[in-house]
Write a protein that binds this ligand. Structure first.
Ligand code: ATP
Ligand code: MG
Length: 329
């Protein structure tokens, strides 16, 4: 089914989120910009510690407090600035207009409430006039929508009575129950086995297509990006180093870091000991070099790369990368 890509729902512009730690200022997000359209799936990829989760948490202003703070930049949801909103105002946005599926499904459900009651919390916001039986009916429908078997029985189960895969589906059902514009899914599959993971990813994709909401999908895995996403933003050390349509990035990866990440995706005919991994470590985010942050690990790096941060170069329509080699090409 072809998806309907609509208007821009989210505009992030030059976002800087810093964490004030005992090492100094950790520049976890250091000048990130991107747009998201209705009906679009945007992947954010990058190694551990590149700032993917802090970017996502910044959009909802759910940052670890008091250490982390958005220090500058703009996040506009349907034209409305979120950075300057109060905690009280953000509470009306979280879950209702932007919803988040957390890294670990096991901890996203409250063990002392039934699945139905946790669903009803969200549904009540959209349907404040409904009585209890009608809310329960809607909760059962929400479980049906995420393909939970025997939903009328499951609705009165407690989280410990259902399997891990089913918990993940319930978390999915909760996040769409108040009909948000945007869902952010941060590595939702790490604690599931591969079969359940594949089923869950398919489900997320189907739900996204049915509801035509925008999805931000955060992962380490380029293989998952290929299956799930329309566009991708590659993050390295707090910045986006390359972004564009998934097909363009796969056909013409332009930043050496993206190229290295793609070489490390195992393909069907690779045997496991030929798996490529990128040697070296990303720079410390509290002591960043002045030039390109990938320079120390890049086989092409020269003095200019180490001295000056590279400009963002347009590769093709909507595909950009920040690398000195592209500018002189
Ligand atoms: N609560 C915190 N206190 C201090 N530093 C933090 C905190 N949370 C994250 N950081 C630091 O911020 C940087 C970005 O972290 P973030 O969690 O966004 O990475 P990530 O890309 O999501 O990694 P992963 O793939 O492992 O989830 C990292 O250097 C991390 O150590
Ligand atoms: Mg993370």
């Amino acid at each position: 089914m072809p998806r309907q890509i609509g208007n821009v729902v989210l505009e992030v512009e030059d976002l800087h989120t810093h964490i004030f730690s005992r090492f100094g200022v950790v520049k976890a997000v250091d000048g990130v910009s991107f747009n998201l359209r209705q009906g679009e799936v945007l992947g954010i990829v990058g190694e551990s510690g590149s700032g993917k989760s802090i970017t996502a948490l910044s959009l909802l202003k759910l940052l670890p407090r008091p250490a982390a703070r958005i220090v500058s930049g703009s996040v506009r949801l349907e034209g409305e600035e979120l950075v300057t909103k109060s905690e009280e105002e953000m509470r009306h946005i979280r879950g209702r207009r932007i919803s988040m599926i957390l890294q670990d499904p096991q901890t996203s459900l409250n063990p002392v409430f039934t699945v139905g009651n946790q669903l009803i919390e969200g549904i009540r916001i959209q349907h404040p006039g409904d009585d209890k039986p009608s809310l329960i009916r809607r909760a059962v429908d929400a479980l049906k929508q995420v393909r939970v078997a025997a939903p009328d029985r499951r609705v009165s189960d407690y989280p410990h009575q259902i399997s891990g895969g089913m918990k993940q589906r319930v978390v999915g059902a909760i996040s769409i129950s108040c009909e948000p514009k945007i869902i952010i899914a941060d590595e939702p599959t790490t604690s599931l086995d591969v079969t359940i993971q594949a089923q869950y990813l398919r489900l997320l994709r189907e739900l996204q297509e049915e509801t035509n909401l925008a999805l931000i999908f955060i992962t380490h895995d380029f293989g998952i990006v290929a299956k799930m996403c329309d566009r991708v933003m590659v993050m390295y050390a707090g910045r986006a180093v390359e972004s564009g349509p998934v097909r363009d990035i796969f056909n013409n990866p332009s930043h050496p870091y993206t190229q290295a990440l793609l070489r490390s995706v195992p393909s069907m005919d690779d045997d496991i000991d030929r798996l490529y991994s990128i040697s070296g470590q990303p720079p410390a985010l509290w002591d960043l070099p002045p030039g390109c942050r990938f320079a120390a690990r890049c086989e092409h790096a020269d003095d200019r790369c180490r001295r000056d941060y590279p400009p963002q170069v347009s590769i093709s329509n909507d595909h950009t990368a920040s690398c000195w080699r592209l500018e002189s090409a």
